[in-house]
Ligand binder design. Sequence first.
Ligand SMILES: C[S@@+](CC[C@H](N)C(=O)[O-])C[C@H]1O[C@@H](n2cnc3c(N)ncnc32)[C@H](O)[C@@H]1O
Ligand SMILES: [Zn+2]
Ligand SMILES: [Zn+2]
Ligand SMILES: [Zn+2]
Length: 456
Amino acid sequence: MIEKDFDVPFVAQLAQREKQIQQHYRPVIGVHKWFARRPGTLFRALLLAEFGDEQPLANRFFSSHDLSPLIVGDPFMGGGTPLLEANRLGCHVVGADINPMAYWIVRQEIADLDRPAFQAAARQVMDAVEPEVGALYQTTCMHCGSPHAPVKYFLWVKQQLCVACGEPVDLFRSYVVAKNQRHPNYVLLCPLCGALNEVERLDKSPGAMRCAACQGHLVVEGPARRNRCACPQCGHLNPYPQAQQGPPTHRLFALEYHCPACKSTHRGRFFKAPDVADLSCLTEAESRLQTSSQEFIPDDSIPPGDETARLHRWGYRTYRQLFNRRQLLGLSTLAAAIAAVQDETLRHALLTVFSDTLRYQNMLCRYDSYALKIIDIFSIHGFPVSLIQCENSLLGIPRIGSGGFRHFVEKYDKAKDYCEKPFETTLGKPKRRIFISGERIGARLVSDFPAWFTGV
Ligand SMILES: C[S@@+](CC[C@H](N)C(=O)[O-])C[C@H]1O[C@@H](n2cnc3c(N)ncnc32)[C@H](O)[C@@H]1O
Ligand SMILES: [Zn+2]
Ligand SMILES: [Zn+2]
Ligand SMILES: [Zn+2]
């Protein structure tokens, strides 16, 4: 019984640890982002305390159980934690939610998946997309000259037209592209010629740092400050954002790429300013988008709300405006390849991956100049709009970077692997993973209550 057998200190420790790195304790959550994930250990403990045998909870927690034929219902199932735990313990489960996304996610979490078939279908989709748009995600390596170095991230700065002279103004708060913790040097953008300079330390005294390309002065701080930015042409102080100018425009100013050939001899990351070929990829994406199918590109407007008010203040009116043209082209090509997968179960699994990867494939993603990685749109609750935005690689580079479709296919596969072989992690040191053989997450889905359930 829950009142007697629930062991608060034991469960609190488990739940606290799980919440620190939830995906290590419950990889099933990797099926899709859900904002309010409750700890699975808590619900396992609640169920075992209520329905298990007389043994202390801490003894029973790490062994296998079968609570069938219990039926557990959750009329507000959200991300599904209670249902997944109940299913794993052998219960029949019934769930509902007013949010269709909750229904979709819980269904994908709990439905069985033929993993080898899923992996093959994902490969097939990526093989179909790569020749279509892969070249738009490549650049020429600055060191060996290979024209096929895969791009990890494209960095864009917001621009605004000066209300006095009409010239576009880059809204840079800082010219530091990368800090020196994960890279041997600081990387500084030259405001005069756009070259990227590697400097050992930041010296803010006037004239201390010079651009290797144009000899102009390098500075750390950009002109954008406290919602005001001075125009470099005429000096006019422009307020930003200016929603009446429409959604923000962006200018590509840097790339972080990966060169497998140079990796072993190169120290740190690979940064470059865009060259002519990088810029022509953008015009190519734009013209191809104009003639390509728009079937998978929604036109929905962004509704008013607490979190969306910021987007409206920045002039965004439709969700489509949160993506650049290469993203729209790449994502619609990917969506079309997934739509062509015949098997419905596999198609739904891949669509779930697609939906989750969108949070790393839009122009509200930011770049962490300290950790040198992309930050997804939902890293904090509520659409933060940055002056620098990071465009991710669409398919992702194997074992490099994060948030690419390929990375999320792997995450989904790991999630479903956990469903087949769930484990618990012990308290104490060293932590141990205990695979609970005899339990699994997985169910045959039915859309109506069976006769034995209703008694009809
Ligand atoms: C806090 S979450 C529940 C999470 C889940 N029960 C758990 O413990 O992990 C609440 C959920 O209730 C859903 N909800 C709110 N009003 C509802 C309604 N009238 N009918 C069905 N679901 C509703 C929301 O969409 C949300 O997903
Ligand atoms: Zn190279
Ligand atoms: Zn001006
Ligand atoms: Zn310069």
